[in-house]
Design a protein around this ligand. Structure first.
Ligand SMILES: Nc1nc2c(ncn2[C@@H]2O[C@@H]3COP(=O)(O)O[C@H]4[C@@H](O)[C@H](n5cnc6c(=O)[nH]c(N)nc65)O[C@@H]4COP(=O)(O)O[C@H]3[C@H]2O)c(=O)[nH]1
Length: 869
C-alpha cells in the first residue's frame, strides 16, 4: 500500500514536473526566446522524461525536400556532424521516413532495420541502436520537421513514452510555427517598410480626417517641408486653394473604399509648382477602412517633356518642309514617319511609303554624284546636305534641297535619320531664268554681249589650238532708227525679231548669233578654213536681211552693213576681233550701206579714234560727266532776254571736246538720246535756279537732236521734265535744224503743233544753210529763225550775205517770226543787224557761253546795262 501510495505520489510529482517543464517551455515560446534555445530545452525536457533517450529535432526546408538538424546536443558529436541534410523519402532512416510518411516511425533495432540501410554504420558506429521519429506537423497541416529519440540499445516506446513524445512534438510545432509567424510578420513589415522607404515616389498615409499619419522622405522632397512638419498636418495645407474641393472629393471617394487616380499641381516651398500624379488607396484593416494611402509621382518633368514633344511633333507636322524619319536599325533604312508637307510635296501618301527606302524619289535626272555623296555620308553616320532632282508620284521632277542628320541615343548610337526636304524648284527655275536673262537678249532670245564674249573667248582659243579661222561679223541694220522712231517701238521690236529669226535660220551648229542691243548683231563663225567662207556668209546675210518684211499692215524694207574680221596671228585678244569688225562695219556703212567690208589694219588708224571716242562718250553718259553752259541773248535794247544752253564735255585726256565733234557721233550711235534728256532736264532745272537766285525766269533755248525729236516718247518726256522742274513752258524754246523738219514733215508738223499747244517755243537753227526756202516756213508752227553764223560772219564784208540776211529778216517778220542772229563777234556786225531790224543778238560780242555760276555774275553785272555798250 505504502509502495502504491509512494508510486502514485512519485507519478504525481513526475506529472507536475513535466507540467512545469512544459509551462516553462511555453513561457519561452511566449517570450520569443530564440527558437534554437527553445528547441534545445524541449529536447532536454523529453530526455529528462525518457530514461536513456537522446532527443534531436530536424526542420524541413521550404521546399519540403530535406531535413536539417537544429537541436540535439545529446547526440554523439560524430553523428551530429555526419548527419548533414537528410532527404525526405521513404526508407531514409527514421526521420526521412517519418517526414515522408507523416507518421511515427519506430526503428527498434538499427542493426537490422531496412530503413537504415545506407546510414546504419553512421549510427551504430556512434553506439546508437534504436530511433523513434515523430513528424512535426503545423496547425495548417504543413510538415515542419521531425522529432527523433535515439537509444543506445534496441528499444520501442510504450504508450506513456509515445504520449510524452507527442506532447514534446506539439511544443516543437508550436515553437516553430510561432517563430515562422513572427518571421513572416517581420518580413512583411520589412517589405512594407521597403516599399515605403525605397519607393521613388512620395508615399504617405492619411487618417480618416485627412491628416498625414506617415510620409516617406520623398514627401519632403516634393513639398520642401521636413517629414516631421508633414506628419500631423492636414493635406489641405499643401494645396493651392483652387484645388481644395477637388482633392477633398477624391479623398472622400477613397475613404469610402474606392481607389482613385488624378493629377494635381502643388506649390513647392521654393515657390515652383510641381505636377503630381496621385493614386489614392483605402487602408482596409479587418474589413474596416482606417485611412487612405497616397502615392504621389512627380510628373513635372515628364509633362514638360510631353509638352515639348507635342510642340515639336506639331512643329514637324506643320512644317512647310517635308520631314522624313528613317530607322537606322534596319539595313535598308525604312521610312517610319513622313509629315504632311512631304506628302503634299511628293504626292505619296504615308501608307505608300512607310517601310520603304526613300530611293523611290529618284529618277532618270537624279544626279548620281549627289546620291553617292548621301550614301557615303550616311555610311559614316554624318550629316549631309545636297540638292538633287527628285520625282513626285505623278512623275514630275522637282528640286529637293535635302538635309539629312543622324539621331543618336544616349550611348551615341545612331538610331534614326531625319531628312528635311525643301522643294526649291521655283528658286531653281528663277535662277535658270536669271541665268538665261544674264546671258540672253530679252527681245530676241539671242545671246547677249556677256554670252557672246564667253563664246568668243572659247572659239578664239579653239581656233588657235586647232589652226582654224574664227570670223566675226558685225551686222548693223541701215536706217532702222527712223523706222523705230516713226512707227514706234512695237513695230521696231517686231522688225528686230524678224531680222533675228532670219539670221538664226542662217546659222550652222557651232555658230553664235548675238544681239548687242539696238540694231547691232554679231555673228561668230568658228572653224573656218578660208576667209572666203566668211564672205559667203556675209553675202547670204545681206540678201536675207534685204528681203521685205511684213509687220502688221506695214511692208518694210531694210538693209544692213556688215563688218568682217578674221582671226590671225596679229590678233592677240579675242575682243579685238569685235572692235575690228565694228570698224569694218562703219566703213561698209560709209560705202553706201547694204554692203560688207573687210577689216584691214589701215582701218584701225582711220577709225580707231572714233571707236575710242564712242567708248569714252559712253563712259561720260554713264557717270553724267557733262556740263551745261549758257550763252546770253540780248534784245534791241541790249537787255538779256534769254540764254542758249550749250553742252560741254570735259574729257580728262582730250580737254573740252566740242559738241560739233561728238554730237554727230552720238547721233549715229544713238547715244544722243540719254545726252539730250540730260540737257533738257538740266537746262530747265538751272533756269528755275536762276529764278530762285532772283534773276527772274529767262528764256532758255535748247538744241534738239533729230533723233530725240522723232521719238514717240519725246512729247511725253518733255511734259514730264517741265512738270518736274516747274519751268513754265513758254520760257523754253527748242532749236531744230531745217533738216529735221524736212525728213518726215507730216509727223514733224504734228509734233510742232503739239509743242505750240504746250506753249513751248520753236526756233529754226542755222537758218539759211538748208535747202528749204523761206516760203515753207509759213506752214510751220514756229516762232523764231536763227540766222546761221556763216552769214553773220560775212555780213560786214559781203553785200550778198547782207542782202540774204535782210531778206530773211523782212520775210520772217512778214510771217510773224522773230529773228535771232548768232555768231556776232564784232560791234559792226551787231550794228548792221540792228539796222536791218534783227530782233535778238547772240555771239561772242555779247558774251561767250559760260557756266551757270558765271552767268549769274554776268547777269548781276550787266543788268540793266546793255551789252556791247
Ligand atoms: N565762232 C563763234 N562761235 C560762236 C559764237 N557765239 C556762239 N558760238 C558757238 O556757236 C554754236 C551755237 O550753237 P549751235 O549753232 O546750236 O550749234 C551747236 C549745236 O548744234 C550743237 N550743240 C551744242 N549743244 C547741244 C546740245 O545740248 N544738244 C544738241 N543736240 N546739240 C548741241 O553743237 C553745236 C556747236 O556748239 P558749240 O561748240 O557750243 O558752239 C556754239 C557756240 O559756242 C561766236 O561769236 N563766234
Amino acid at each position: 500500500m505504502v509502495r502504491l501510495v509512494l508510486g502514485h505520489s512519485r507519478q504525481l510529482m513526475a506529472a507536475r514536473g513535466q507540467l512545469e517543464q512544459q509551462h516553462s517551455i511555453q513561457a519561452m515560446i511566449a517570450e520569443e526566446v530564440p527558437l534554437g534555445q527553445t528547441l534545445d530545452a524541449i529536447c532536454l525536457m523529453l530526455e529528462d522524461q525518457l530514461h536513456g533517450g537522446l532527443c534531436s529535432i530536424m526542420l524541413a526546408d521550404d521546399e519540403g525536400r530535406e531535413l536539417r538538424l537544429v537541436a540535439g546536443n545529446s547526440l554523439p558529436v560524430g553523428y551530429r556532424e555526419a548527419l548533414g541534410a537528410v532527404p525526405i523519402a521513404a526508407g531514409m532512416g527514421a526521420c526521412g521516413s517519418s517526414a515522408h510518411d507523416r507518421d511515427v516511425v519506430v526503428c527498434e533495432d538499427l542493426e537490422n532495420d531496412p530503413r537504415w540501410k545506407g546510414v546504419r554504420t553512421l549510427a551504430t558506429r556512434e553506439g546508437l541502436r534504436a530511433c523513434w521519429s515523430y513528424p512535426v506537423i503545423a496547425s495548417d497541416g504543413r510538415l515542419l520537421g521531425t522529432f527523433a529519440t535515439y537509444y543506445r540499445r534496441p528499444a520501442r516506446p510504450d504508450g506513456t513514452e509515445l504520449e510524452m513524445t507527442r506532447q514534446a512534438v506539439d511544443l516543437v510545432a508550436l515553437a516553430v510555427e510561432r517563430e515562422q509567424d513572427r518571421r513572416s510578420l517581420w518580413e512583411s513589415e520589412q517589405r512594407y517598410r521597403s516599399l515605403f522607404a525605397y519607393n521613388p515616389d512620395a508615399v504617405f498615409s492619411l487618417d480618416l480626417r485627412g491628416h498625414f499619419a506617415t510620409a516617406n522622405d520623398h514627401c519632403s522632397a516634393l513639398t520642401g517641408f521636413p517629414v516631421e512638419q508633414i506628419l500631423g498636418a492636414h493635406f489641405s495645407q499643401f494645396l493651392q486653394p483652387d484645388d481644395l474641393a477637388h482633392v477633398q472629393q477624391k479623398f472622400e471617394i477613397t475613404a469610402a473604399g474606392e481607389p482613385c487616380c488624378y493629377e494635381l499641381q502643388i506649390p513647392h516651398r521654393d515657390g515652383k509648382v510641381r505636377r503630381l500624379d496621385i493614386t489614392n488607396l483605402p487602408i482596409v484593416i479587418d474589413e474596416r477602412i482606417q485611412g487612405v494611402y497616397g502615392i504621389a509621382k512627380d510628373v513635372t518633368q515628364r509633362r514638360e517633356h510631353e509638352t515639348r514633344l507635342r510642340i515639336l511633333e506639331r512643329g514637324v507636322e506643320a512644317s512647310v518642309n517635308g520631314v522624313l524619319i528613317a530607322d537606322a536599325g534596319e539595313p535598308d533604312l525604312p521610312i517610319i514617319y513622313a509629315n504632311d508637307a512631304f506628302q503634299r510635296m511628293t504626292g505619296y501618301t504615308r501608307e505608300e511609303i512607310i517601310g520603304r527606302n526613300c530611293r523611290f524619289l529618284q529618277g532618270a535626272e537624279t544626279d548620281v554624284a549627289a546620291v553617292q555623296q548621301v550614301r557615303q555620308q550616311l555610311a559614316r553616320q554624318c550629316e549631309v546636305h545636297v540638292t538633287l532632282c527628285n520625282y513626285r508620284k505623278d512623275g514630275a521632277p522637282f528640286w529637293n534641297d535635302l538635309y539629312i542628320a543622324p539621331v543618336r541615343d544616349e550611348e551615341g548610337q545612331v538610331t534614326h535619320y531625319v531628312g528635311i526636304q525643301h522643294d526649291i524648284s521655283e528658286r531653281k527655275a528663277y535662277e535658270a531664268r536669271l541665268a538665261y536673262h544674264a546671258s540672253h537678249d530679252a527681245l530676241t532670245g539671242l545671246a547677249n554681249r556677256a554670252l557672246l564674249e564667253d563664246r568668243l573667248v572659247h572659239d578664239f582659243e579653239l581656233a588657235r589650238r586647232q589652226g582654224h579661222l574664227l570670223a566675226v561679223l558685225f551686222v548693223d541694220l541701215d536706217e532702222f532708227k527712223p523706222i523705230n522712231d516713226s512707227l514706234g517701238h512695237a513695230i521696231g521690236d517686231q522688225l528686230l525679231l524678224g531680222v533675228s529669226q532670219r539670221l538664226s535660220a542662217a546659222m550652222r551648229a557651232g555658230d553664235t548669233l548675238a544681239r548687242l542691243g539696238g540694231d547691232e548683231f554679231v555673228v561668230l563663225l568658228p572653224d573656218l578654213h578660208h576667209d572666203e567662207q566668211a564672205l559667203q556668209v556675209a553675202e547670204r546675210l545681206l540678201a536675207l536681211i534685204a528681203r521685205p518684211y511684213r509687220v502688221g499692215e506695214h511692208e518694210l524694207s531694210l538693209s544692213c552693213s556688215i563688218g568682217i574680221a578674221v582671226s590671225s596671228s596679229e590678233v592677240s585678244q579675242p575682243n579685238e576681233l569685235i572692235q575690228q569688225a565694228d570698224m569694218a562695219m562703219y566703213l561698209a556703212k560709209q560705202q553706201g550701206r547694204n554692203a560688207y567690208h573687210w577689216f584691214t589694219p589701215e582701218i584701225t588708224h582711220r577709225l580707231g579714234d572714233r571707236v575710242a571716242l564712242r567708248n569714252e562718250l559712253q563712259e561720260a553718259i554713264d557717270v553724267q560727266a557733262f556740263e551745261l553752259h549758257y550763252q546770253p541773248l540780248i534784245d534791241r535794247q541790249g537787255r538779256v532776254v534769254g540764254v542758249e544752253a550749250l553742252l560741254r564735255w570735259p574729257n580728262p585726256i582730250r580737254g573740252y571736246v566740242s559738241p560739233a565733234q561728238f554730237i554727230p557721233l552720238a547721233e549715229e550711235t544713238g547715244q544722243i538720246i540719254p545726252i539730250s534728256e540730260w540737257v533738257l532736264s538740266r537746262a530747265c532745272h538751272d533756269l528755275r535756279m536762276l529764278d530762285e537766285a532772283g534773276q527772274g525766269i529767262l528764256n532758255v533755248a535748247v538744241n534738239l537732236s533729230p533723233l530725240q525729236f522723232h521719238r514717240s516718247s519725246f512729247l511725253g518726256n518733255l511734259r514730264q521734265t517741265l512738270a518736274v522742274t516747274g519751268l513754265p513752258a513758254p520760257k523754253l524754246s527748242l532749236e531744230l535744224t531745217e533738216g529735221v523738219l524736212m525728213n518726215d514733215t507730216e509727223s514733224a508738223i504734228d509734233t510742232l503743233h503739239a509743242l505750240r499747244g504746250m506753249g513751248v517755243g520753236v526756233a529754226i537753227d542755222d537758218f539759211g544753210t538748208g535747202f528749204s526756202s523761206l516760203s515753207y516756213l509759213k506752214n510751220l508752227p514756229i516762232d523764231t529763225v536763227k540766222i546761221d553764223r556763216s552769214f553773220v560772219n560775212e555780213v560786214t564784208h559781203s553785200a550778198e550775205d547782207a542782202a540774204i540776211i535782210q531778206g530773211i529778216i523782212s520775210m520772217a517778220h512778214h510771217l510773224g517770226l522773230k529773228v535771232v542772229a548768232e555768231g556776232i563777234e564784232h560791234e559792226k556786225q551787231h550794228d548792221l543787224l540792228m539796222t536791218h531790224g534783227c530782233d535778238l543778238f547772240q555771239g561772242f560780242y555779247v558774251a561767250r557761253p559760260m557756266p551757270l555760276e558765271r552767268l549769274i555774275e554776268f547777269l548781276d553785272a550787266t543788268q540793266p546795262v546793255s551789252a556791247g555798250e
